[in-house]
Design a protein around this ligand. Structure first.
Ligand code: ARG
Length: 460
Protein backbone atom coordinates (compact mmCIF):
# COMPACT_ATOMS: atom_id res chain seq x y z
CA UNK A 1 0.00 0.00 0.00
CA UNK A 2 2.86 2.32 0.91
CA UNK A 3 2.34 5.66 2.53
CA UNK A 4 0.59 7.20 -0.47
CA UNK A 5 -2.61 5.47 -1.55
CA UNK A 6 -2.07 6.91 -5.03
CA UNK A 7 1.57 5.80 -5.27
CA UNK A 8 1.16 2.91 -7.70
CA UNK A 9 1.91 4.76 -10.90
CA UNK A 10 4.84 6.74 -9.56
CA UNK A 11 8.51 5.98 -10.21
CA UNK A 12 9.77 8.76 -8.00
CA UNK A 13 9.13 9.62 -4.39
CA UNK A 14 7.38 12.89 -3.70
CA UNK A 15 9.70 15.81 -3.07
CA UNK A 16 9.59 16.89 0.57
CA UNK A 17 8.89 20.46 -0.50
CA UNK A 18 5.87 19.26 -2.42
CA UNK A 19 4.56 17.44 0.62
CA UNK A 20 4.90 20.58 2.69
CA UNK A 21 3.36 22.69 -0.06
CA UNK A 22 0.38 20.49 -0.82
CA UNK A 23 -0.59 19.36 2.65
CA UNK A 24 -3.88 20.50 4.14
CA UNK A 25 -3.96 18.38 7.28
CA UNK A 26 -2.67 21.33 9.29
CA UNK A 27 -6.08 22.96 8.81
CA UNK A 28 -8.51 20.31 7.56
CA UNK A 29 -7.89 18.11 10.60
CA UNK A 30 -10.79 19.92 12.17
CA UNK A 31 -13.03 17.97 9.77
CA UNK A 32 -12.08 14.67 11.41
CA UNK A 33 -15.44 14.13 13.07
CA UNK A 34 -17.38 14.74 9.89
CA UNK A 35 -14.95 12.65 7.88
CA UNK A 36 -15.53 9.70 10.19
CA UNK A 37 -19.27 10.28 10.20
CA UNK A 38 -19.23 10.20 6.39
CA UNK A 39 -17.11 7.05 6.32
CA UNK A 40 -19.39 5.24 8.75
CA UNK A 41 -22.41 5.99 6.57
CA UNK A 42 -20.51 5.01 3.45
CA UNK A 43 -19.45 1.68 4.99
CA UNK A 44 -23.02 0.85 6.04
CA UNK A 45 -24.22 1.58 2.53
CA UNK A 46 -21.48 -0.66 1.09
CA UNK A 47 -22.89 -3.52 3.14
CA UNK A 48 -26.34 -3.01 1.63
CA UNK A 49 -24.77 -2.85 -1.80
CA UNK A 50 -23.02 -6.16 -1.20
CA UNK A 51 -19.58 -4.59 -1.44
CA UNK A 52 -18.68 -5.12 2.21
CA UNK A 53 -19.70 -7.80 4.71
CA UNK A 54 -21.45 -6.95 7.95
CA UNK A 55 -18.45 -8.23 9.90
CA UNK A 56 -16.09 -6.06 7.88
CA UNK A 57 -18.31 -3.07 8.43
CA UNK A 58 -18.31 -3.68 12.17
CA UNK A 59 -14.51 -3.80 12.22
CA UNK A 60 -14.36 -0.57 10.26
CA UNK A 61 -16.86 1.04 12.57
CA UNK A 62 -14.97 0.04 15.72
CA UNK A 63 -11.64 1.13 14.34
CA UNK A 64 -12.94 4.45 13.09
CA UNK A 65 -14.42 5.10 16.51
CA UNK A 66 -11.12 4.41 18.23
CA UNK A 67 -9.32 6.64 15.71
CA UNK A 68 -11.80 9.38 16.58
CA UNK A 69 -11.03 8.91 20.25
CA UNK A 70 -7.30 9.13 19.63
CA UNK A 71 -7.75 12.33 17.66
CA UNK A 72 -9.87 13.80 20.43
CA UNK A 73 -7.33 12.81 23.07
CA UNK A 74 -4.48 14.26 21.03
CA UNK A 75 -2.90 10.84 20.59
CA UNK A 76 -3.12 10.76 16.83
CA UNK A 77 -0.01 11.33 14.75
CA UNK A 78 -0.03 13.64 11.77
CA UNK A 79 2.41 13.68 8.90
CA UNK A 80 2.65 15.99 5.90
CA UNK A 81 3.35 12.95 3.78
CA UNK A 82 -0.29 11.94 4.20
CA UNK A 83 -1.63 15.22 2.81
CA UNK A 84 -5.03 15.62 4.35
CA UNK A 85 -7.29 14.41 7.11
CA UNK A 86 -9.03 11.98 4.77
CA UNK A 87 -5.82 10.14 3.96
CA UNK A 88 -4.70 10.21 7.58
CA UNK A 89 -7.80 8.49 8.82
CA UNK A 90 -7.88 5.98 5.99
CA UNK A 91 -4.18 5.24 6.47
CA UNK A 92 -4.69 4.57 10.17
CA UNK A 93 -7.60 2.28 9.29
CA UNK A 94 -5.56 0.27 6.77
CA UNK A 95 -2.65 0.04 9.20
CA UNK A 96 -4.96 -1.59 11.73
CA UNK A 97 -7.30 -3.61 9.55
CA UNK A 98 -5.25 -4.40 6.45
CA UNK A 99 -7.45 -5.52 3.53
CA UNK A 100 -10.70 -4.71 5.32
CA UNK A 101 -9.52 -1.13 5.73
CA UNK A 102 -8.54 -1.08 2.05
CA UNK A 103 -12.20 -1.63 1.12
CA UNK A 104 -13.61 1.52 2.68
CA UNK A 105 -12.71 3.78 -0.23
CA UNK A 106 -14.81 1.67 -2.61
CA UNK A 107 -16.92 3.86 -4.92
CA UNK A 108 -15.58 6.97 -3.25
CA UNK A 109 -13.06 9.64 -4.09
CA UNK A 110 -11.60 12.29 -1.87
CA UNK A 111 -13.44 14.70 -4.12
CA UNK A 112 -16.89 13.65 -2.99
CA UNK A 113 -15.50 12.89 0.45
CA UNK A 114 -14.15 16.39 1.09
CA UNK A 115 -17.33 17.96 -0.21
CA UNK A 116 -19.37 15.73 2.12
CA UNK A 117 -17.18 16.60 5.10
CA UNK A 118 -17.30 20.30 4.44
CA UNK A 119 -21.07 20.27 3.95
CA UNK A 120 -21.56 18.42 7.22
CA UNK A 121 -19.23 20.87 8.92
CA UNK A 122 -21.02 23.91 7.45
CA UNK A 123 -24.35 22.45 8.55
CA UNK A 124 -23.14 22.06 12.14
CA UNK A 125 -21.51 25.47 12.10
CA UNK A 126 -24.71 27.10 10.89
CA UNK A 127 -26.59 25.49 13.77
CA UNK A 128 -23.98 26.67 16.26
CA UNK A 129 -24.00 30.20 14.89
CA UNK A 130 -27.78 30.31 14.75
CA UNK A 131 -27.94 29.50 18.46
CA UNK A 132 -25.42 32.26 19.23
CA UNK A 133 -27.42 34.75 17.14
CA UNK A 134 -30.56 33.84 19.03
CA UNK A 135 -28.82 34.54 22.33
CA UNK A 136 -27.76 37.94 20.98
CA UNK A 137 -31.30 38.70 19.85
CA UNK A 138 -32.56 37.77 23.29
CA UNK A 139 -30.07 40.18 24.85
CA UNK A 140 -31.48 43.01 22.73
CA UNK A 141 -35.06 42.02 23.51
CA UNK A 142 -34.43 41.91 27.25
CA UNK A 143 -32.92 45.41 27.02
CA UNK A 144 -36.01 46.62 25.18
CA UNK A 145 -38.10 45.88 28.25
CA UNK A 146 -35.70 47.42 30.72
CA UNK A 147 -35.23 50.57 28.64
CA UNK A 148 -38.89 50.90 27.67
CA UNK A 149 -39.24 54.50 28.88
CA UNK A 150 -36.05 55.87 27.31
CA UNK A 151 -36.12 58.09 24.22
CA UNK A 152 -32.99 58.46 22.14
CA UNK A 153 -32.24 60.73 19.22
CA UNK A 154 -32.61 58.93 15.91
CA UNK A 155 -29.91 59.92 13.44
CA UNK A 156 -29.55 60.27 9.72
CA UNK A 157 -26.18 61.44 8.38
CA UNK A 158 -25.19 61.22 12.05
CA UNK A 159 -27.22 64.40 12.58
CA UNK A 160 -30.16 64.44 14.96
CA UNK A 161 -33.25 63.50 12.98
CA UNK A 162 -36.29 62.30 14.93
CA UNK A 163 -36.86 60.94 18.43
CA UNK A 164 -37.07 57.16 18.78
CA UNK A 165 -37.66 54.79 21.65
CA UNK A 166 -34.55 52.99 22.87
CA UNK A 167 -36.52 49.76 22.38
CA UNK A 168 -36.97 50.67 18.72
CA UNK A 169 -33.20 50.76 18.38
CA UNK A 170 -32.77 47.38 20.05
CA UNK A 171 -35.43 45.77 17.91
CA UNK A 172 -33.83 47.25 14.79
CA UNK A 173 -30.74 45.13 15.51
CA UNK A 174 -32.99 42.12 16.15
CA UNK A 175 -34.44 42.51 12.66
CA UNK A 176 -31.02 42.59 11.05
CA UNK A 177 -29.95 39.51 12.98
CA UNK A 178 -33.14 37.81 11.94
CA UNK A 179 -32.38 38.31 8.27
CA UNK A 180 -28.95 36.89 9.03
CA UNK A 181 -30.56 33.81 10.56
CA UNK A 182 -32.86 33.50 7.56
CA UNK A 183 -29.91 33.64 5.18
CA UNK A 184 -28.14 30.92 7.17
CA UNK A 185 -31.25 28.75 7.02
CA UNK A 186 -31.37 29.19 3.23
CA UNK A 187 -27.70 28.34 2.94
CA UNK A 188 -28.22 25.28 5.11
CA UNK A 189 -30.80 23.95 2.68
CA UNK A 190 -28.43 24.24 -0.28
CA UNK A 191 -25.48 22.84 1.67
CA UNK A 192 -27.55 19.94 2.91
CA UNK A 193 -27.40 17.88 -0.28
CA UNK A 194 -25.32 14.73 -0.51
CA UNK A 195 -22.35 14.62 -2.89
CA UNK A 196 -21.34 11.17 -1.66
CA UNK A 197 -21.24 8.71 -4.53
CA UNK A 198 -20.30 11.33 -7.11
CA UNK A 199 -16.85 9.77 -6.61
CA UNK A 200 -14.13 11.54 -8.61
CA UNK A 201 -16.40 13.36 -11.06
CA UNK A 202 -18.43 10.84 -13.06
CA UNK A 203 -19.99 8.57 -10.46
CA UNK A 204 -19.24 4.85 -10.27
CA UNK A 205 -19.92 1.57 -12.06
CA UNK A 206 -20.47 -0.12 -8.68
CA UNK A 207 -24.03 -0.69 -7.42
CA UNK A 208 -24.09 1.93 -4.66
CA UNK A 209 -27.17 3.46 -3.03
CA UNK A 210 -26.70 7.19 -2.75
CA UNK A 211 -30.07 7.71 -1.11
CA UNK A 212 -28.98 5.47 1.72
CA UNK A 213 -25.83 7.47 2.59
CA UNK A 214 -27.80 10.69 2.24
CA UNK A 215 -30.41 9.37 4.64
CA UNK A 216 -27.83 8.14 7.15
CA UNK A 217 -26.09 11.52 7.13
CA UNK A 218 -29.27 13.55 7.43
CA UNK A 219 -28.92 15.15 4.01
CA UNK A 220 -32.17 16.40 2.55
CA UNK A 221 -31.37 15.31 -0.96
CA UNK A 222 -28.84 13.78 -3.30
CA UNK A 223 -26.92 15.92 -5.80
CA UNK A 224 -28.16 15.01 -9.27
CA UNK A 225 -25.01 15.66 -11.28
CA UNK A 226 -21.66 14.21 -10.28
CA UNK A 227 -19.67 16.72 -12.37
CA UNK A 228 -21.48 19.63 -10.82
CA UNK A 229 -21.29 18.52 -7.23
CA UNK A 230 -17.62 17.58 -7.22
CA UNK A 231 -16.80 21.13 -8.29
CA UNK A 232 -19.51 22.92 -6.33
CA UNK A 233 -18.45 25.24 -3.54
CA UNK A 234 -21.43 27.57 -3.84
CA UNK A 235 -22.54 26.59 -0.36
CA UNK A 236 -19.17 27.58 1.11
CA UNK A 237 -19.13 30.94 -0.66
CA UNK A 238 -22.73 31.55 0.32
CA UNK A 239 -22.00 30.63 3.93
CA UNK A 240 -19.12 33.08 4.05
CA UNK A 241 -21.28 35.79 2.47
CA UNK A 242 -23.82 35.19 5.23
CA UNK A 243 -20.99 35.52 7.73
CA UNK A 244 -19.93 38.78 6.11
CA UNK A 245 -23.44 40.20 6.51
CA UNK A 246 -23.43 39.28 10.19
CA UNK A 247 -20.04 40.94 10.59
CA UNK A 248 -21.32 44.03 8.75
CA UNK A 249 -24.33 44.26 11.04
CA UNK A 250 -22.23 43.85 14.15
CA UNK A 251 -19.77 46.38 12.81
CA UNK A 252 -22.49 49.01 12.41
CA UNK A 253 -23.78 48.31 15.90
CA UNK A 254 -20.25 48.48 17.33
CA UNK A 255 -19.73 51.82 15.61
CA UNK A 256 -22.96 53.17 17.13
CA UNK A 257 -21.95 52.10 20.59
CA UNK A 258 -18.38 53.32 20.28
CA UNK A 259 -19.74 56.77 19.44
CA UNK A 260 -22.45 56.58 22.07
CA UNK A 261 -19.92 55.77 24.79
CA UNK A 262 -17.75 58.85 24.09
CA UNK A 263 -17.63 61.82 26.48
CA UNK A 264 -19.19 63.80 23.65
CA UNK A 265 -22.28 61.59 23.31
CA UNK A 266 -22.35 60.04 26.77
CA UNK A 267 -25.41 57.86 26.07
CA UNK A 268 -24.09 54.56 27.41
CA UNK A 269 -21.62 53.06 29.81
CA UNK A 270 -19.97 49.92 28.46
CA UNK A 271 -19.22 47.11 30.91
CA UNK A 272 -15.62 47.56 32.06
CA UNK A 273 -15.01 43.83 31.81
CA UNK A 274 -15.35 44.31 28.05
CA UNK A 275 -13.06 47.35 27.79
CA UNK A 276 -9.30 47.69 28.00
CA UNK A 277 -6.92 50.46 29.03
CA UNK A 278 -3.95 52.43 27.75
CA UNK A 279 -0.32 51.70 28.58
CA UNK A 280 0.43 55.41 28.83
CA UNK A 281 -2.80 57.32 29.55
CA UNK A 282 -4.07 56.27 32.98
CA UNK A 283 -7.61 57.54 32.51
CA UNK A 284 -8.43 55.53 29.38
CA UNK A 285 -11.23 52.97 29.29
CA UNK A 286 -11.25 51.99 25.63
CA UNK A 287 -13.95 50.13 23.67
CA UNK A 288 -11.42 47.73 22.14
CA UNK A 289 -13.80 44.80 21.87
CA UNK A 290 -16.24 46.89 19.85
CA UNK A 291 -13.40 48.25 17.75
CA UNK A 292 -12.19 44.73 17.02
CA UNK A 293 -15.69 43.56 16.16
CA UNK A 294 -15.72 46.42 13.67
CA UNK A 295 -12.16 45.71 12.57
CA UNK A 296 -12.50 41.96 12.17
CA UNK A 297 -15.22 42.59 9.60
CA UNK A 298 -12.36 43.44 7.25
CA UNK A 299 -10.85 39.98 7.43
CA UNK A 300 -14.20 38.28 6.92
CA UNK A 301 -14.77 40.42 3.82
CA UNK A 302 -11.27 39.33 2.79
CA UNK A 303 -12.24 35.69 3.27
CA UNK A 304 -15.22 36.13 0.97
CA UNK A 305 -13.10 37.92 -1.59
CA UNK A 306 -10.56 35.10 -1.51
CA UNK A 307 -13.25 32.47 -2.06
CA UNK A 308 -14.87 34.33 -4.93
CA UNK A 309 -11.53 34.69 -6.68
CA UNK A 310 -10.67 31.07 -5.88
CA UNK A 311 -13.66 29.57 -7.67
CA UNK A 312 -13.60 31.98 -10.58
CA UNK A 313 -12.85 30.30 -13.89
CA UNK A 314 -12.18 26.81 -12.51
CA UNK A 315 -12.82 24.17 -15.16
CA UNK A 316 -15.11 21.27 -14.31
CA UNK A 317 -14.85 19.34 -12.11
CA UNK A 318 -12.64 19.04 -9.01
CA UNK A 319 -9.43 21.09 -8.97
CA UNK A 320 -6.90 21.16 -6.18
CA UNK A 321 -7.41 24.91 -5.91
CA UNK A 322 -10.50 24.02 -3.92
CA UNK A 323 -8.34 22.93 -1.02
CA UNK A 324 -7.73 26.63 -0.42
CA UNK A 325 -11.38 27.10 0.50
CA UNK A 326 -11.11 25.69 3.99
CA UNK A 327 -8.74 28.15 5.70
CA UNK A 328 -11.02 31.00 4.59
CA UNK A 329 -14.27 29.31 5.55
CA UNK A 330 -12.88 28.34 8.95
CA UNK A 331 -11.42 31.77 9.57
CA UNK A 332 -14.65 33.56 8.65
CA UNK A 333 -16.68 31.27 10.89
CA UNK A 334 -14.33 31.44 13.88
CA UNK A 335 -14.10 35.19 13.61
CA UNK A 336 -17.82 35.85 13.31
CA UNK A 337 -18.81 33.34 15.98
CA UNK A 338 -16.43 34.97 18.46
CA UNK A 339 -17.84 38.41 17.60
CA UNK A 340 -21.44 37.25 18.10
CA UNK A 341 -20.53 35.52 21.35
CA UNK A 342 -18.86 38.66 22.69
CA UNK A 343 -21.61 40.98 21.53
CA UNK A 344 -24.26 39.26 23.67
CA UNK A 345 -22.79 40.08 27.11
CA UNK A 346 -21.90 43.61 25.99
CA UNK A 347 -25.49 44.18 24.91
CA UNK A 348 -26.80 42.72 28.15
CA UNK A 349 -24.46 44.59 30.50
CA UNK A 350 -24.26 48.06 28.96
CA UNK A 351 -26.09 50.77 30.90
CA UNK A 352 -28.01 53.63 29.34
CA UNK A 353 -27.06 56.99 30.87
CA UNK A 354 -30.59 58.23 31.16
CA UNK A 355 -29.89 61.62 32.73
CA UNK A 356 -27.24 62.50 30.24
CA UNK A 357 -29.46 61.47 27.32
CA UNK A 358 -32.43 63.39 28.67
CA UNK A 359 -30.45 66.54 29.45
CA UNK A 360 -29.79 67.10 25.73
CA UNK A 361 -32.80 65.42 24.19
CA UNK A 362 -34.46 68.72 23.27
CA UNK A 363 -31.42 69.80 21.31
CA UNK A 364 -31.39 69.29 17.56
CA UNK A 365 -35.11 69.83 16.84
CA UNK A 366 -36.09 66.15 16.92
CA UNK A 367 -39.73 67.32 16.89
CA UNK A 368 -39.55 69.50 13.76
CA UNK A 369 -40.83 66.82 11.37
CA UNK A 370 -43.70 65.93 13.69
CA UNK A 371 -44.63 69.60 13.85
CA UNK A 372 -44.67 69.71 10.07
CA UNK A 373 -46.93 66.65 10.01
CA UNK A 374 -49.23 68.34 12.53
CA UNK A 375 -49.62 71.24 10.10
CA UNK A 376 -50.23 68.83 7.22
CA UNK A 377 -53.04 67.19 9.15
CA UNK A 378 -54.56 70.66 9.54
CA UNK A 379 -54.61 71.08 5.78
CA UNK A 380 -51.31 72.81 5.02
CA UNK A 381 -49.60 71.32 1.92
CA UNK A 382 -46.44 69.39 2.82
CA UNK A 383 -44.04 71.62 0.90
CA UNK A 384 -45.50 74.76 2.51
CA UNK A 385 -45.44 73.23 6.00
CA UNK A 386 -41.84 72.13 5.47
CA UNK A 387 -40.83 75.69 4.57
CA UNK A 388 -42.74 77.25 7.47
CA UNK A 389 -41.28 74.89 10.09
CA UNK A 390 -37.88 75.58 8.55
CA UNK A 391 -38.42 79.27 9.22
CA UNK A 392 -39.47 78.55 12.81
CA UNK A 393 -36.41 76.35 13.38
CA UNK A 394 -34.29 79.22 12.07
CA UNK A 395 -36.00 81.61 14.48
CA UNK A 396 -35.42 79.23 17.41
CA UNK A 397 -31.80 78.67 16.36
CA UNK A 398 -31.18 82.41 16.30
CA UNK A 399 -32.62 82.74 19.80
CA UNK A 400 -30.93 79.61 21.10
CA UNK A 401 -34.25 78.03 22.14
CA UNK A 402 -36.37 74.99 21.21
CA UNK A 403 -39.56 74.97 19.11
CA UNK A 404 -41.59 74.46 22.29
CA UNK A 405 -40.06 77.64 23.71
CA UNK A 406 -41.58 79.76 20.92
CA UNK A 407 -44.84 81.62 21.63
CA UNK A 408 -48.13 81.35 19.74
CA UNK A 409 -47.35 84.84 18.38
CA UNK A 410 -44.02 83.56 17.10
CA UNK A 411 -45.79 80.68 15.32
CA UNK A 412 -48.44 82.99 13.89
CA UNK A 413 -45.77 85.40 12.68
CA UNK A 414 -44.85 82.79 10.06
CA UNK A 415 -48.34 81.40 9.49
CA UNK A 416 -51.73 82.55 10.72
CA UNK A 417 -53.11 79.02 10.62
CA UNK A 418 -50.93 77.91 13.54
CA UNK A 419 -52.46 77.83 17.00
CA UNK A 420 -51.62 76.49 20.41
CA UNK A 421 -52.48 72.92 19.38
CA UNK A 422 -48.91 72.59 18.01
CA UNK A 423 -47.63 72.33 21.56
CA UNK A 424 -49.28 68.89 21.71
CA UNK A 425 -46.62 67.45 19.39
CA UNK A 426 -43.60 69.47 20.49
CA UNK A 427 -40.85 68.06 22.63
CA UNK A 428 -39.27 64.66 22.03
CA UNK A 429 -41.68 62.78 24.25
CA UNK A 430 -44.84 64.16 22.67
CA UNK A 431 -43.36 63.80 19.22
CA UNK A 432 -42.71 60.07 19.84
CA UNK A 433 -46.29 59.64 21.05
CA UNK A 434 -47.59 61.25 17.86
CA UNK A 435 -46.29 58.47 15.61
CA UNK A 436 -48.93 56.01 14.38
CA UNK A 437 -47.67 54.17 11.29
CA UNK A 438 -46.91 50.46 11.20
CA UNK A 439 -43.25 49.80 12.02
CA UNK A 440 -42.80 53.28 13.46
CA UNK A 441 -41.36 54.21 16.83
CA UNK A 442 -44.82 54.86 18.30
CA UNK A 443 -45.01 53.33 21.79
CA UNK A 444 -47.93 51.18 20.68
CA UNK A 445 -46.17 49.89 17.58
CA UNK A 446 -42.99 49.17 19.51
CA UNK A 447 -44.96 47.35 22.20
CA UNK A 448 -46.61 45.20 19.52
CA UNK A 449 -43.26 44.42 17.93
CA UNK A 450 -41.71 43.65 21.29
CA UNK A 451 -44.52 41.24 22.12
CA UNK A 452 -44.04 39.56 18.74
CA UNK A 453 -40.32 39.17 19.36
CA UNK A 454 -40.91 37.71 22.79
CA UNK A 455 -43.27 35.13 21.35
CA UNK A 456 -40.89 34.33 18.55
CA UNK A 457 -37.87 33.96 20.81
CA UNK A 458 -39.95 32.23 23.46
CA UNK A 459 -39.16 34.76 26.17
CA UNK A 460 -41.70 34.79 28.98
N1 ARG B 1 -7.44 17.91 0.43
C1 ARG B 1 -8.21 18.13 -0.73
C2 ARG B 1 -9.16 19.31 -0.55
O1 ARG B 1 -9.24 19.81 0.49
C3 ARG B 1 -9.03 16.95 -1.09
C4 ARG B 1 -8.21 15.97 -1.81
C5 ARG B 1 -8.50 15.91 -3.22
N2 ARG B 1 -7.25 15.58 -3.84
C6 ARG B 1 -7.17 15.09 -5.05
N3 ARG B 1 -6.01 14.83 -5.49
N4 ARG B 1 -8.24 14.92 -5.78
O2 ARG B 1 -9.78 19.71 -1.48
Amino acid sequence: WGLKPWGGVFHEATDRRVERFTESVSFDRRLYKHDIEGSLAHAKMLVKAGLLSTAECQQIEQTLNSIRQEIEQDQFEYSHALEDIHMHIEHALVERLGDVGRKLHTARSRNDQVSTDLRLWVRDSIDQLDAALEILQKAFVSRAEADADVILPGYTHLRRAQPVLAAHYWLAYCEKLDRDRGRLADCRRRANVSPLGAAACAGTSLPIDRDETARLLGFEGVAANSLDVSSDRDFAVEFVFDLVMIAEHLSGWAEDWIIWSTVEFDFIKLPEAFCTGSSIMPQKINPDVLELIRGKTARVVGDLQALLVLVKGLPLAYNRDLQEDKPRVFDAFDTVLSCVELAAPIVADTKLKRESIEARLEQGFLDATTMMEHMISQGVPQRSAHGLVGQLVRLALDRGVTLADLSVEDFQSVDQRLDKSVYEVLGAKQAVSAFVSYGSTSPKQVATQLAAWKTRLEIS
